[in-house]
Write a new protein. Structure first.
Length: 395
């Protein structure tokens, strides 16, 4: 019983999706053969981009070979594009970091930046729990990066209000990958708008699960079409395939095509993955109940864990987090589940902070009664293990 993958809607094994990939492989070959700007674009790519934009309520979309690269491109290209015109190399001082702010390493002192790459114009404000791809994007952005508390809108506002830089980018996941909590994206947008900043929302774990028909948290908050909102998605979770995309205003997408290094210098998404994503997206659009089903199954799974007395975190996506604290206990709990035929994720430091070890269960839309029975038996065994485990072995 798979309670570990991100295949929330079972699309990776859907016959229609598989057939679309097979047809595309025969028609276009297995690889894209070049960068999107050279030979790597097919009509499949543009069809997928139109479909993603229409589904997500955005003006335009751009497909990447992974969600990781979509994040790298969105954050680095926007951070650079928002800057005022560049000054000659060496003429600009880095702004001082405001008290309490975290500064990631930027260019070493004395290193020369090529013209147009000077860092001082933009600050990137990033949630402390953001996914590694967003963290790496911040590091590559050559901007000052300020890390704020998890879903702390007031901290975001303070960071924006006191910034010395003219431009700012706020970066967050919508449904957070480890605990499934959903960021207050509407409130974040009010703050970013008030302070003339852009908001980048990674909807990797929200697409297909959160919001009406699985259109994501930004759609649910009514900010999907705002010109200062940019969304990234992966095609590898609810759509069951591979790849990523950025959704936003046409001028944002044009900027990514023109300056997004992770777009320009990367081989395009393989045609079978492109076709599979398109087929899965069409299925999702035709079956808006799928997202509700995934969320209903999440609640049922959470109730099972809670009935066993386990520490369950409330979630708005298809993720159930069971806090265990101690890493060894978390590994033992994962093994116990496996011995009952149930696959669950296990998170330990450094993926989570010290004391934050947990099991991560995902609830697919297609879970059956038998699956829930197996999950119930596995979780009861975890409870029994915790009861008998030595207190010294736990946090
Ligand atoms: C929140 C988040 N963003 C981005 C990604 C990267 O997506 P991909 O696997 O398509 O590179 C992931 C996947 O692990 C993720 O969980």
């Amino acid at each position: 019983v798979d309670l570990a993958s991100n295949d929330y809607l079972g699309m990776s094994a859907n016959p229609t999706v598989i057939e679309a990939a097979a047809v595309a492989a025969r028609r276009w070959g297995v690889g894209a053969t070049g960068s999107r700007l050279v030979t790597g674009s097919t009509t499949l790519h543009t069809a997928l981009e139109s479909a993603l934009a229409a589904f997500g309520g955005a003006e335009a979309a751009l497909v990447f070979s992974s969600g990781y690269l979509a994040n790298l491109a969105a954050v680095t290209a926007l951070a650079a594009a928002l800057q005022p015109p560049a000054t000659p190399a060496g003429a600009t001082q880095l702004p001082a970091t405001p008290a309490g702010a975290t500064q990631l390493p930027v260019t070493p002192a004395g290193a020369t930046e090529p013209p147009g790459r000077q860092p001082p114009g933009t600050v990137v404000v990033s949630d402390v729990a953001n996914h590694a791809s967003l963290v790496d994007a911040c590091r590559l952005a050559r901007a000052r990066v300020e890390i704020v508390g998890h879903q702390d809108v007031a901290a975001v506002e303070r960071a924006l209000a006191r910034r010395p830089e003219p431009a700012a980018l706020v970066v967050t996941e919508s449904a957070f990958s480890v605990d499934g909590s959903v960021a207050p994206v509407g409130a974040l947008h009010r703050v970013t708008r008030a302070h003339a900043a852009m908001l980048v929302i990674d909807e990797a774990h929200a697409l297909g699960v959160v919001g009406p028909g699985g259109r994501g948290a930004a759609w649910a908050a009514g900010i999907a079409a705002e010109p200062d909102v940019v969304r990234t998605v992966t095609l590898s979770k609810s759509l069951g395939a591979q790849g990523g995309a950025v959704l936003g205003a046409s001028d944002v997408i044009d900027t990514l095509v023109g300056t997004g290094r992770a777009f320009i210098f990367d081989t395009g998404l393989a045609p079978p993955s492109t076709a599979a994503s398109l087929a899965a997206l069409r299925l999702l659009a035709a079956q808006p109940g799928l997202a509700c089903q995934a969320r209903a199954n999440t609640r049922r799974l959470a109730a099972l864990a809670s009935d066993c007395g386990l520490a369950v975190t409330e979630t708005g996506a298809a993720v159930v987090r069971i806090g265990l604290g101690d890493p060894e206990l978390a590994v033992a709990a994962q093994r116990i589940c496996a011995s009952h035929g149930v696959l669950v994720g296990c998170f330990r430091p450094p993926s989570v902070p010290a004391g934050g070890s947990c099991l991560r269960l995902t609830a697919r839309a297609g879970l059956t009664g038998d699956d829930f029975d197996a999950a119930g038996r596995a979780l009861a065994a975890v409870r029994d293990h915790i009861r008998t485990a030595s207190p010294a072995g736990r946090n």
